[in-house]
Design a protein around this ligand. Structure first.
Ligand code: CMP
Length: 139
């Protein structure tokens, strides 16, 4: 089925001017960018967005990293978009990421891993609504 998923190009990607190269990987995989904006997340936004991880040891560093520079938040649309996006992103830890994936190609570390993607269709809807109004998504 045609799905929509939520994606973030993280501060390590914007800092190295990689947004176009990463978008090219997504588009080559059949994902269509139906919404996109560059923002600088506030600490409150990042803490709320990553709320499920707040008991994890890496939470504070993660929030600091995600607010360390601009990010590009996106809505991607396509056949089986949630799983397809996760496949092209590669494993969370770039050391475990398959050849040709965004994280294998570009990520610096498990924290500075260039991209975020929703892990389920249900979370995709929640994450999209967190950053985008319906009128900003143009399919
Ligand atoms: P993301 O998909 O954005 O969701 C949570 C993020 O936490 C994850 O990508 C990683 O970039 C980051 N992170 C930092 N350290 C760890 C860790 N030890 N295990 C899992 N995720 C981590």
């Amino acid at each position: 089925a045609i799905e929509r998923t939520f994606s973030i190009l993280k501060p390590d990607a914007t800092r190295r001017n990689l947004t176009g190269k990463i978008n090219a990987v997504f588009e080559a995989a059949g994902l269509r960018i139906v919404a996109q904006k560059r923002i600088h997340m506030t600490r409150a936004q990042a803490e709320a967005f990553y709320g499920v991880h707040k008991e994890r040891g890496f939470f504070n560093d993660l929030v600091t990293f995600m607010t360390s520079g601009p990010v590009v938040v996106q809505v991607l649309e396509g056949e089986n978009a949630v799983a397809k996006h996760r496949e092209v992103m590669g494993a969370t830890n770039p050391a475990n990421a398959a050849e040709g994936t965004v994280r294998k190609l570009f990520a610096e570390s498990i924290e500075a891993n260039s991209v975020h993607g929703s892990d389920s269709l249900e979370n995709a809807a929640i994450e999209i609504a967190y950053f985008f109004a319906g009128t900003e998504i143009v399919g």
